[in-house]
Design a protein around this ligand. Structure first.
Ligand SMILES: [Zn+2]
Ligand SMILES: [Zn+2]
Length: 118
């Protein structure tokens, strides 16, 4: 179940996607018309809008993923993640890895702890 704040965030991102899609549709159509696109201009506008929506969707997904990870939850199924830390050993940097016990989600990033510096 999506938390209440999560739902608001989704609505906010949806609004951003719609506004940027509309803006890019108008801009793309205008540019294509100036460039001599003629009847193809609206298609170019639609293409620009589709690209804009894809970009915003990617940001929104990243945003939700970051928010879930920072709370220690799986971005896919919201189960608490199992965290694991490998200390830096002088050859490699420290590694922070998270695995979801419920689904196949896995996440790894470089990270040090106070012991790593020793
Ligand atoms: Zn460490
Ligand atoms: Zn999961």
């Amino acid at each position: 179940m999506l938390a209440w704040t999560g739902r608001v965030a989704v609505l906010g991102w949806l609004a951003v996607a719609l506004v940027s899609a509309g803006g890019w549709y108008v801009t793309g159509t205008r540019i294509a018309r100036i460039a001599g696109g003629g009847d193809l201009a609206p298609a170019a506008g639609a293409l620009a809008a589709a690209v804009a929506v894809t970009l915003v969707w990617r940001w929104a997904t990243d945003d939700r993923r970051e928010a879930s990870l920072s709370r220690g939850l799986c971005p896919v199924c919201d189960a608490p993640l199992e965290w694991r830390h490998e200390h830096a050993d002088g050859h490699t940097r420290g590694l922070v890895a998270a695995e979801c016990p419920r689904c196949a989600f896995a996440h790894a990033e470089e990270g040090d702890c106070p012991d790593c510096a020793a």
